[in-house]
Design a protein around this ligand. Structure first.
Ligand SMILES: NC(=O)C1=CN([C@@H]2O[C@H](COP(=O)(O)OP(=O)(O)OC[C@H]3O[C@@H](n4cnc5c(N)ncnc54)[C@H](OP(=O)(O)O)[C@@H]3O)[C@@H](O)[C@H]2O)C=CC1
Ligand SMILES: CC(C)(CO)C(=O)C(=O)O
Length: 315
C-alpha cells in the first residue's frame, strides 16, 4: 500500500475474494497513531496479465515459496530484481558461498532445489524487515510498530551497489523510502539476516508455546533466559559461518521488548490455525548446526515442542 502511493505496484493475490475486496475497497491501513488510511492498489490473480516487472517483492511465508514459483516466473524477465522479504534463513543464504557449510542448498528450505533452479541467484536482492503488522481482515492491515527494512546484494562481493541491467539494493531501498517506509541498503545482508534471525528463532516459537507477547517473554526472567540461550546457540552457528551480527544479544532482546504487546507472526499463525514457519526460523539453523558440528540442544528441544504444538492445534 505504501509503495503504491509513489510507484506502479500490482499486488498478486491468489483468491478472487481477495482480489475483489482490494479492487473495491483498497487496502485499509491502521497506523501506530490509530489513523486509518485507505490506499488504492492495483490487484490481480492473473500474473500473466501483468508480465515482467522491474522488481518482484516476495512476501509470502517461507513454506509458501515453492507454491509461488509459477507466478514469479510470469513476472520475471532477465532484468527483474527478485526481493524476498521474509523472516528466517533464506533459501539463497549459502549460494555464492559454497564453502561455508559444505554445499549451497539447505534441505530444510529447498528440499529438491526447486527454489534455486527457478529463481536465478544473480537476480536476488536480500531483504530483512522489522515492520510489525497484523492482518485484521481481507485487505486490512494493522501496523503495530516499526520499522527498518534492509536490502543487500548477496552475490559476489556483496555490497549495495548497482548491478548491471537490473535494479540494485540501493535503488530498492530508495523506492521504499519514497513510499514512506524505512529502507536502507546494507553492505553485508547476511549479517542483517542473522541479526533478525537471532530474535525470530527464539521469540517466535516461544510465543507459540507460551501464548505470550514478545514484551511478556522479555519481562519473564526464566523464559527470557531460555530465549537468551537460544540466541546464543543461533549466534554460535552464525559465527561458524563467519557472520558477525550487527547488534549484541542484549540489544536484540531490548529491540524485541520495545515492540510491546505484539503477537509474533508465528503466534498469529498458530491462533489462526495456519502452518508455522519453523523450517526457516529453526529447522534451517539446526540443519546448519549439524553440518558445522555445533551443539544446539535448546534449539532442538524448542523446535520439537513448537512443531508438536503447531501440529496439535485444536487437540
Ligand atoms: N507479520 C509480521 O509482523 C512480520 C512478518 N515477517 C515475515 O514476513 C513474511 C510474510 O509474513 P506475513 O506478512 O506475516 O504473512 P501473511 O500470512 O499475513 O501473508 C502472507 C500472504 O501470502 C499470500 N500467499 C500465500 N501463498 C500465495 C500464493 N500461492 N499466491 C499468492 N499469494 C499467496 C497469502 O494469501 P491468502 O490471503 O490467500 O492466504 C497471504 O496474503 C514471513 O516470512 C514473516 O515471517 C517479518 C517481519 C514481521
Ligand atoms: C516480532 C517481529 C515483528 C519482529 O520484527 C517479527 O519478525 C515477527 O513477528 O515474526
Amino acid at each position: 500500500a505504501r509503495l503504491a502511493a509513489c510507484h506502479q505496484v500490482t499486488l498478486i493475490a491468489r483468491r478472487s475474494l481477495v482480489v475483489r475486496a482490494i479492487r473495491d475497497q483498497g487496502i485499509e491501513l491502521t497506523s501506530p497513531q490509530g489513523q486509518v488510511t485507505r490506499h488504492a492498489v492495483a490487484v490481480t490473480d492473473d500474473p500473466l496479465s501483468v508480465g515482467p516487472q522491474d522488481a518482484v517483492v516476495l512476501c509470502v511465508k517461507a513454506y509458501a515459496l515453492p507454491g509461488v514459483l509459477g507466478t514469479v516466473s510470469q513476472l520475471t524477465g532477465p532484468r527483474t530484481a527478485i526481493v524476498p522479504v521474509l523472516n528466517g534463513v533464506p533459501w539463497w543464504f549459502l549460494y555464492g558461498r559454497p564453502k561455508l557449510a559444505g554445499g549451497e542448498r539447505l534441505a530444510a528450505l529447498d528440499v529438491d532445489g526447486g527454489l534455486a533452479a527457478a529463481i536465478p541467484f544473480a537476480q536476488v536482492i536480500g531483504g530483512v524487515t522489522y515492520v510489525a503488522v497484523e492482518r485484521t481482515g481481507i485487505g486490512r492491515i494493522h501496523h503495530v510498530r516499526g520499522g527498518d527494512c534492509m536490502f543487500g546484494e548477496p552475490g559476489a562481493g556483496g555490497g549495495a551497489r548497482s548491478r548491471a541491467g537490473r535494479l540494485s539494493a540501493a535503488e530498492i531501498a530508495l523506492a521504499f523510502r519514497a513510499g514512506g517506509l524505512e529502507g536502507d541498503a546494507v553492505e553485508d545482508i547476511r549479517a542483517h539476516v542473522w541479526t533478525k534471525l537471532l530474535g525470530n528463532a527464539a521469540f517466535n516459537p516461544l510465543s507459540v508455546l507460551t501464548g505470550a507477547t514478545q514484551e511478556a517473554i522479555c519481562a519473564d526472567l526464566p523464559v527470557c533466559a531460555l530465549a537468551r540461550r537460544m540466541m546464543m546457540e543461533t549466534q554460535a552457528v552464525g559465527e561458524r559461518l563467519g557472520i558477525a551480527p550487527v547488534m549484541s544479544i542484549e540489544a536484540r532482546i531490548e529491540a524485541a521488548a520495545a515492540i510491546g504487546a505484539f503477537r509474533t507472526s508465528m503466534l498469529q499463525d498458530h491462533l489462526a490455525g495456519q502452518q508455522l514457519e519453523l523450517a526457516a526460523m529453526l529447522g534451517a539453523v539446526i540443519e546448519l548446526a549439524e553440518r558445522l558440528a555445533v551443539e544446539v540442544p535448546t534449539l532442538r528441544m524448542v523446535h520439537a515442542l513448537a512443531d508438536l504444538r503447531g501440529r496439535s492445534h485444536g487437540d
